[in-house]
Design a protein around this ligand. Structure first.
Ligand code: NAD
Length: 257
């Protein structure tokens, strides 16, 4: 893919399934990776296995000083940042609407919405300071586009990611900064396993995956390939887009006329 070699890419949630796969794919395309996660050991372990010079950094993306901290680490090591995959997210716990607490709602919003807002804002500030035009990809979800009776906080947060996406793409366009999103479907990572409505576990996940047009669950690598493309110059005329990476799950109609 064009425009990734030698670039410096921040990946948040890089210790997790999708983030680690993106870190690897970007590094295989020649980018230096700043692997950011709450889990410092795993972030460093991911960075340590990459084929380019890369670093692992502990940061909480939901806090302003966390975001400032990972950017400072990136600039200290590499002198600049060119690309961002703002991917860190949490599933929230299973609760029907009357049972969903304010604390739980706020916990999910803090990471999935405020974290993305802070990451996007910091990216724009960094690009302005550098005098460069970078690229940003957000991780939405099939839940950005659908409703669920028992994952309301998560799905609301992922809808909000699209609000940030569209505002940032409008702002960034004239500056040459592209902002896009991926919307993964079923990817069996730790997050997915922790999502209670599939705590029917692997059987339920297999059943749901096998009812999608491509008849399988996705992999981190499936998502990472699309993220790398969107960050690359090959996607030079794309901004504000949400690209589903869901094996076709999003086109399935549950209503038969
Ligand atoms: P994962 O749990 O494997 O990875 C998420 C990572 O984010 C973890 O390493 C975790 O430590 C990190 N993280 C959580 N809160 C953080 C914080 N405040 N600061 C820094 N790091 C933090 O999950 P995943 O499936 O790889 O999820 C990645 C993204 O993909 C999430 O935004 C998720 O909502 C989205 N997604 C996943 C699926 C799926 O099926 N797995 C589907 C749609 C969307």
């Amino acid at each position: 893919m064009r425009g990734l070699t030698g670039r410096v890419a921040v990946v948040t949630g890089a210790a997790g399934g999708i983030g680690a796969a993106t870190a690897r794919r970007l590094a295989e395309e020649g980018a230096h990776v700043v692997a950011v996660d709450l889990d410092e050991d795993r972030a460093r372990a991911v960075a340590g296995t990459l084929p380019t010079e890369s670093i692992g950094v502990r940061a909480d993306v939901s806090a302003e000083d966390g975001v400032a901290g990972y950017l400072a680490a990136a600039v200290e090591r590499f002198g600049r940042v060119d690309l961002h995959h703002l991917n860190a997210g949490i599933p929230g716990s299973f609760a029907t609407l009357p049972e969903l607490t304010v604390a739980e709602f706020d916990r999910v919003m803090a990471v999935n919405v405020r974290g993305v807002f802070l990451g996007v804002r910091a990216a724009f500030r960094q690009y302005a300071a550098q005098g460069t035009a970078g690229s940003i990809v957000l991780t939405g979800s099939i839940g950005s586009l659908r409703g669920s009776a028992d994952l309301l906080a998560y799905q609301t947060s992922k809808h909000a990611v699209l609000g940030i996406l569209r505002g940032a793409a409008m702002y960034g366009g004239p500056l040459g900064v592209r902002v896009n999103a991926v919307a993964p479907g079923i990817v069996p990572t730790e997050l997915f396993a922790a999502t209670p409505d599939v705590s029917g576990g692997k059987d339920d996940m297999s059943r749901r995956a096998s009812s999608t047009p491509l008849r399988r669950a996705g992999t981190g690598e499936d998502v990472a390939a699309v993220v790398a493309f969107l960050l690359s110059d090959d996607a030079a005329y794309m901004t504000g887009e949400v690209v589903s990476v869901d094996g076709g799950a999003g086109i399935v109609s549950t209503v038969r006329p």
